[in-house]
Design a protein around this ligand. Structure first.
Ligand SMILES: Cc1cc2nc3c(=O)[nH]c(=O)nc-3n(C[C@H](O)[C@H](O)[C@H](O)COP(=O)(O)OP(=O)(O)OC[C@H]3O[C@@H](n4cnc5c(N)ncnc54)[C@H](O)[C@@H]3O)c2cc1C
Length: 378
């Protein structure tokens, strides 16, 4: 059954779909139930080049487009959103280093990604979520580098990350740092708020930085510009985030459509009821529109256009449509939709959680509105 248009490279779509069928789908339920980081799959994805598609070839990356990365992320999330978010933190961390890092920092870390380096993106703190203009984690300049002290919270992929991109406040503002996990003073723990109901790729750990010393070139980009750099990086990764929601939404539609096509009630399949068909017509229309918007946003990104508005629109729409798709799937499948042995609860939990992670719905609307206000004020 193929009901979705191929919107980009059919060959890449075939390859990644085969990978997902073989490696991801069979273990997706278990990853969610056990709440574990999928180390082996991430290593296999790295070996296939999926963790470094947009990284320049000089660092061992694929040097490919954001559309390629979007396609891969959508396909992986179709199998497991937990695997896909394990990959998006890898993309976020390599993107900020590649865009802003010193040449020596890039040489040190970027080539490691093709070998399967696992990384996390640590902005949030217990007291700072959407608002990261000031932070409780502090970094002090020393003669040889920086000393960082503080605690980050809610860090996706943190249970298995070997490298953390950390936001900390310096004398002149929020700054970004590369912090390897094996640096003395770095530790993680599973706090009371680490376990989420969705996007379960291992607990979203707290990262403790206890007077952690890093060399001078581990400051990423300009001191005091860390928040701006981190937000631009997030804007870049938003087409991938939208792709994750699209993958979840498509998986929910496909699984519920297959169920409705075989389940009998009142001497016909459930899918033969017009009321059920209209559910599908509505949600497939919404998903098709969200896919077109997202692939266009990735094309804009590849063309180097202003991206904050369109990538925000893509994530906003895709995440809300995915939640609707998952919720509709539960309705269509009746009791089967609610069972723990069925994937629909996972789809619904993952989709809803992704309305918040990586830029909440409300904050995305602010970004979109800001570009409208700018246009109005000239
Ligand atoms: C599954 C999951 C994974 C995550 N992974 C990571 C990670 O890897 N790294 C990381 O750093 N963080 C991570 N986070 C944290 C995430 O970035 C924050 O949850 C997010 O920024 C929102 O912050 P908050 O939860 O503190 O909400 P708050 O900032 O407290 O906001 C509460 C509510 O108010 C709304 N709100 C806030 N400001 C505004 C505003 N200006 N206008 C309108 N509404 C507003 C929010 O949208 C939300 O609805 C993750 C979160 C989740 C759920």
């Amino acid at each position: 059954m193929k009901i979705w248009r191929t919107l980009h490279d059919p060959q890449l779509e075939r390859e990644v779909t085969a990978f997902v069928d073989e490696r991801v789908i069979p273990v997706a339920g278990e990853i969610d139930a056990q709440d574990v980081y999928p180390v082996e799959i991430i290593e296999a994805a790295a070996a296939a080049g999926y963790n470094t598609l947009t990284l320049p070839t000089q660092y061992g990356g694929g040097g490919r487009s954001n559309q390629d990365a979007l396609l891969v992320m959508e396909a992986i999330a179709y199998g497991s959103a937990a695997v896909a978010i394990s990959m998006i933190t890898i993309y976020q961390s390599q993107t900020i280093i590649e865009r802003y890092g010193e040449p020596s920092l890039k040489e040190r870390f970027l080539p490691q990604y093709a070998g399967g380096l696992r990384a996390a993106y640590a902005l949030t703190e217990a007291a700072h979520g959407s608002d990261i203009r000031s932070l409780d984690t502090k970094a002090l300049r020393t003669d040889t580098g920086w000393v960082i002290r503080g605690e980050k919270a809610f860090i996706t992929s943190g249970s298995a990350a070997q490298l953390f991109v950390v936001l900390a406040e310096t004398e002149i503002g929020v700054s970004a740092f590369a912090v390897p996990f094996d640096t003395p003073g770095v530790s993680t723990y599973v706090g009371p708020n680490a376990t989420t109901f969705g996007l379960r790729n291992g607990p979203h750990v707290n990262l403790v930085l206890d007077d952690v010393e890093v060399p001078a070139d581990h400051l990423i980009g300009e001191e005091g510009k860390g928040m701006r750099q981190a937000v631009i990086t997030l804007a870049h990764s938003r087409t991938l985030a939208a792709g994750i929601s699209l993958g979840i939404g498509r998986a929910a539609v496909d699984a519920s459509l297959a169920f409705a096509g075989s389940r009998k009630a009142f001497d016909q399949t459930v899918l033969e009821f017009q009321g059920i068909q209209w559910y599908f017509a509505d949600i497939v229309t919404a998903l098709d529109a969200a896919r077109l918007l997202t692939y266009q946003a990735a094309r804009d990104l590849d063309a180097g256009h202003e991206i904050a508005r369109y990538t925000s629109e893509a994530k906003l729409m895709a995440s809300e449509v995915a939640t609707r798709a998952a919720s509709t799937a539960v309705s269509v499948c009746g009791a089967r939709g609610t069972m723990e042995s069925a994937p629909f609860g996972r789809f619904l939990r993952d989709a809803k959680a992704y309305e918040i992670a990586g830029g909440s719905t409300e904050v995305l609307k602010n970004t979109i509105a800001k570009s409208l206000l700018k246009a109005v004020s000239g």
